[in-house]
Design a protein around this ligand. Sequence first.
Ligand code: PLP
Length: 439
Amino acid sequence: MKQKRFFLEESQIPRQWYNILADLPEKPAPMLNPKTRQPVTVEELSTIFCTECSKQELNTTDRWIDIPQPVLEKYAYYRSTPLVRAYGLEEALGTPAHIYFKNESVSPIGSHKLNSALPQAYYCKQEGATNVTTETGAGQWGTALAYAAKVFGLEAAVYQVKLTYEQKPYRRSMMQVFGAQVTPSPSMSTRAGKDILTANPNHQGSLGTAISEAVELAQMTPGCKYALGSTMNHVSLHQTIIGLEAEKQMEMAGEYPDTVIACFGGGSNFGGIAFPFLRHNLSGERHTRFIAAEPESCPKLTKGRFEYDFGDEAGYTPLIPMYTLGHDFTPSNIHAGGLRYHGAGAIVSQLIKDGLMEGMDIAQTEAFDASVLFAKAEGIIPAPESGHAIAAAVREALECKRTGREATILFNLSGTGLVDMPSYDQYLRGNLINFKYEP
Ligand SMILES: *Cc1c(COP(=O)(O)O)cnc(C)c1O
């Protein structure tokens, strides 16, 4: 079984991120301040986020944004990530398609999330902050921010949903190893947490309670900024490092993708791999298809409504024009925790509305079928989230087999599954069930 991997020399690693907002034919409607219903300003955003990220969030004019040198130095710890020709998977499927994957699971924390945590922590430090805070559900984003904070000399306080704090201890341990203070939410450390616990002492926590606590901490503590790991424009911007590298690596392989696929939670790894390739569609040179693989239990892209909604359950973020199942939607308890999110980033939502990208719904068991097939063929155990992208790639490769088409498929492997083995256990015992959302 062959496996061919492509790497970039340090000198070839991109030094700028790609801001697709500058190139969009139809720009997303502005984010609104929920109180005034007026477009949000950099000043308003920077009361909780760092100023540089607030500027990037609203920047619709600069196509390329420089990656700061200290961030490039930290990227170099694990970048370039390999682009891999998946000969093993092709053979297992008997497909004439050429399948490639970009392996973001090799980052120090095991997922793509570090690509945005590093610049966010860096900018906070530059602007004089001493602390960063955030919320985390399953723990991937919290782990990324904990490590990035340590790297740039900041203290990190992470509010983790109480239920996962107790049920999934390994990511909590990882955050603590990197030196973060991890608090199960709701907690007695904030006004919001106290109010929730007073009303319901046994509250098990939710992303909503954790966000409320993190935002309160950022607003009440001098020198403390809040950071988010998905959905926002500046997060996808940082993630374009994935697609920009992949573009050069595909060139080394002498190919160009006909189809680009990634799993979809709030859209950061999907936007990250897709936007750099999409720019060649926008200029008319290419006609690549872009598929966002979402769980059928949380199908905002195919079954959601396009409207203004909050980015978070608690209603703290600006109102964002997006595909959403409603910010009060409670997703089923699937194992792909990173995909249990009610909405979709504004840019991807606009692109889907305009027919430039598409969503595809994947059942939980189909994602695990594909992950196990992939693990046997390529020797990597994927995150349950990434399994959705693999399943979509498998569907496309089998369609090529049926029609005899030799298409080139590229997907993003967003993370490793090595801390998610209990979910594989359940799959192997036949205990996994599907939850299909019906509107
Ligand atoms: C968080 C996460 C996702 C989903 O987030 P996006 O912003 O949609 O990329 C997917 N895969 C992994 C491994 C994650 O940690």
